[in-house]
Design a binder for this molecule. Sequence first.
Ligand SMILES: NC(=O)c1ccc[n+]([C@@H]2O[C@H](COP(=O)([O-])OP(=O)(O)OC[C@H]3O[C@@H](n4cnc5c(N)ncnc54)[C@H](O)[C@@H]3O)[C@@H](O)[C@H]2O)c1
Length: 253
Amino acid sequence: MRMEGRCAVVTGAGSGLGRAIAVRLAAEGALVVVAGDKEQPLEETAALITDAGGQACAVRCDVSREEEVVALMRRAVERFGRIDVLVNNAGVEFAKRAEDTTVQEWDWLMDVNLKGVFLCAKHALPVLRDGGGGVVVNVASELALVGSEAVAAYSASKAGVLQLTRALAVDHAGDRIRVNALSPGVILTDLLQTALDSTGDAAARRKEFEERTLLKRLGTPEEAAEAVLFLASDQSSYMTGANLVLDGGWTAH
Ligand SMILES: NC(=O)c1ccc[n+]([C@@H]2O[C@H](COP(=O)([O-])OP(=O)(O)OC[C@H]3O[C@@H](n4cnc5c(N)ncnc54)[C@H](O)[C@@H]3O)[C@@H](O)[C@H]2O)c1
């Protein structure tokens, strides 16, 4: 029970990595606030946790809207009395080159992927500090580290998340708050499936992705959740400002 009694706020917890992270943290004793922009999937994640004997609370929140983020953190404190862990996992993606991306598409993606991390950190950090410290885990991407086809806005947003992670780590080490990033590679979720489908030949693209990794397969949300548990728990007590790459070897060659 590595997270016993600790309150964790997980964004984008209605599906994919976020759901797996919420379930994994709860299995280790965390009191989990599952947040996201769609209500029904959040209720399903919360039910998975409570059915397994854990404690969870679902809060609808668009992370790009400050007033909703403020309400999310307030609700977490009302429900569990504190926040010890913030997992900034909510994210969106579309496959376009810069010249094909509209300003509206750019702004929308940056608002969710980068401003959302800033807003959640801004409004959770004072609560973590007042509670004596804590942990922030930001979900970035291997595409923050290497280039790839038709992901201009997404790559830029995730590189921003990595640098924001370092900035937050510097500013809050004195508050006993550790801030780290996880950079997943290709993990089979709705987001990845949509990206595969948009290519017109999902099976061929999937095969191509698998071949690009050293381990010759996609990762699972549960494998990503295990890494987030490590970063969120005392097991990573000497890590801050770091980026943990979980990509089956994609960026190693
Ligand atoms: N799947 C991969 O291969 C992969 C690789 C690298 C990084 N990531 C990152 O992992 C994170 C989770 O992605 P996933 O693959 O599980 O995708 P997903 O689409 O299953 O999950 C994303 C979640 O974020 C939520 N969300 C979207 N916009 C939101 C908003 N404005 N406010 C609140 N919640 C919002 C969605 O409802 C969804 O539940 C994302 O940040 C993504 O960029 C995924």
